[in-house]
Design a protein around this ligand. Structure first.
Ligand code: ADP
Ligand code: TRP
Length: 324
């Protein structure tokens, strides 16, 4: 089974992305052929500082390794180093209706947020994402809930291409967790925890003091009982999901444990759990920051492997589309 996913180099990894996506990537490394990449081309749809951007990309690679990706078990590479992503994106653009792109919620949100810079890249973002996925004949794509719509569009594009030009692409499936697919902001449990709002994030590399402060000040709900009710108690439900993910224990059991206790107890225990569970990430990141050459070697190996697969697909695509 071939598995592929990507992450943008737009900031440090938070527990939302970790729980929703990267914890799946870690597990899947044992199960199939895994390809993970840093989506630097996608990140450019929002203005980036050119002089800082290479470091941001390298930092994301370091963070992925620190978060548990094993270079012996998966391919890790940088999107822009494989020219075929942009090439296939262009070709897929020619079969993608603009109307489909205009109804993507991420596009609608981002064009509201960046009203003065609604560039064409923002609209075509999901087409590039489809190219990323289809280029590698991917079967499964582990992502958070917010990417579901992009995955549906990818499937539509794959089917359309296959219909028009003959069977070429595997039609991929999204892998989205039942629980933890959408971790909410600690400061506002009605909003997704997101890198675009640093205030909302608890990073997996946060120091113990920051972890405690962020958890203890998490917005909770009126009432006192610790109960999993995402509609009436979204704040507590979010904390319970985080607790469950990092302890590996079912929510029901945690609910019971805190049954007679209050919110403060839950928060205190959760902060302690996170301080312990996130310690290896902090340590590994510090180690890797001092081993830049090693990380670059991993990316170079990844580039070579990715290129071989991407070129094979592109050869077929070019032939099917009648390019000279
Ligand atoms: P962000 O949306 O904060 O910029 P990333 O682009 O780094 O996050 O997302 C990387 C992966 O993590 C994607 O698969 C995305 O769906 C997932 N993810 C991001 N935020 C969350 C969240 N709050 N809860 C669950 N999964 C998330
Ligand atoms: N759009 C994804 C995100 O913001 C990142 C991404 C780019 C991706 N290309 C992909 C994820 C291909 C899965 C597969 O999180």
């Amino acid at each position: 089974m071939r598995i592929l996913s990507g992450i943008q180099p737009t900031g440090s990894i938070h527990i939302g992305a970790y729980i929703g996506a990267i914890s799946q990537w870690r597990e899947l490394q044992k199960a199939g052929e895994c390809i993970f990449f840093i989506a630097d081309l996608h990140a450019l749809t929002i203005p980036q500082e050119a002089k800082d951007f290479p470091k941001q990309t390298l930092d994301t690679a370091i963070e992925l390794l620190a978060a548990g990706l094993d270079p012996e078990k998966c391919v890790i590479f940088i999107q822009s180093q494989i020219k075929e992503h942009a090439e296939l994106c262009w070709l897929l653009n020619t079969i993608t209706p603009i109307a489909e792109l205009e109804r993507m919620t991420q596009y609608k949100d981002k064009s509201k947020q960046f009203r003065k810079n609604i560039n064409a890249g923002l609209l075509n973002y999901p087409v590039l994402q489809a190219a990323d996925i289809l280029l590698y004949q991917t079967e499964s794509v582990p992502v958070g809930k917010d990417q579901q719509q992009h995955l549906e569009l990818t499937k539509t594009i794959a089917r359309k291409f296959n219909q028009r030009y003959g069977e070429t692409f595997k039609v991929p499936e999204a892998l989205i967790l039942q629980e933890g697919a959408k971790i909410m902001a600690l400061s506002n449990p009605k909003k997704k925890m997101s890198k675009s709002d640093p205030q909302s994030c608890l990073y997996i590399f946060d120091e113990p003091d920051a972890i405690k402060k962020k958890i203890m000040s998490a917005v909770t709900d009126t009432g006192k009982t610790v109960k999993y009710d995402p509609v009436k108690k979204p704040g507590i439900a979010n904390l319970l999901v985080i607790y469950s993910s990092f302890s590996g224990r079912p929510i029901k059991e945690i609910e019971k444990q805190f049954g007679g206790k209050g919110y403060a107890d839950l928060k205190k225990q959760l902060a302690e759990l996170l301080v312990i569970q996130l310690e290896p990430f902090r340590r590994k990141k510090k180690e890797l920051l001092a081993r830049e050459i090693y990380v670059k070697e991993i990316l170079e190996r990844g580039r070579k492997r990715a290129e071989t697969i991407a070129q094979t697909t592109m050869e077929e695509v070019r032939k099917k589309m009648g390019l000279f």
